[in-house]
Design a protein around this ligand. Sequence first.
Ligand code: ZN
Length: 341
Amino acid sequence: MRAALLFGAGDVRVENIPDPTLQRPTDAIVRVVLSCICGSDLHDYRGLPAQQQGLQMGHEMLGLVEETGSAVTGLKRGDLVVASWTAQDNTCEFCRAGNQVNCVHGEMLSAAQAELVRIPQASGTLRPLPVTSEAEAPLLRSLLTLADVYGTGHHAAKRAGVGAGDTVTVIGDGAVGLLAVLAARRLGAEQIVLMGRHRARTDLGREFGATDVVAERGEEGVAAVRDLTAGGSAKVIEAVGHRPAYDQAVGVVRPGGVISRVGVPQYEEAPIGVSSLFFRGITLTGGPAPVRSYMDELLPGILDGTVNPGRVFDSSIGLTDVPKGYAAMDARESLKVLVEL
Ligand SMILES: [Zn+2]
């Protein structure tokens, strides 16, 4: 089969490699219909040291079940499924508590930019979809976002405790930030301030429900948000992962408020002391999204067209062009690249 492999920073190649095979009775093999490139893939794309053996890439995938191991239940050949970006049994104590990312049998998918992919813990990782692969393209794209970005945006809003009438500030106009806007709107937020400076992206953010856009950063950006929100936002979602975004979150949050981080932190040290969080009674929460636990809740709105999270895909390529897709996302020429097989 053909698969995208990363050989080092900036060096993605599409090569022929052996087809994946069932390794455990709980595995399934899925033929990929749609995959995509994630903002978090760019961390490796920018920083991986050169290597002889390429690493398979990709953790977002929608496809057709090809083969199931003897212990797999609830799935059969030909089912259209979406995978969550983490594999999990969906039955252990952590999974039952809605923390599938920390499943005792968990692992991260990292081979979804390929024609075929082996899915561990298939019964808990794959969710069958009530449509066929012949469904309309926009619907399939939106269903693919359940694998990560829509679920992650929703997780950010849930962890922030977003509810009816709330004021929410979302930091970051990447796909997750924009879908956090959509999720916050869906959960009833009334005022949603989106911090981002890429016009095409913030325009989509407005369509998803942002009521205000702040393009400024740093102290200027903080002042603008505090102005718009009468002194600060009770709910703040940080969807970037870099330290300046954390500092902005601390700057715009209202006393007693919540900062919910879903951008993968690229820093270990940041202020959490008396003046930054403690005295103002700020809650710091977030973390990686257990997207499997949100699929049942988010699916109906996609199926009935209430929401169209797949609009975050602003370009579409075939597997052969995956190297170009990485380059386009790295250069911020593309918001999120869809890979159609
Ligand atoms: Zn589990």
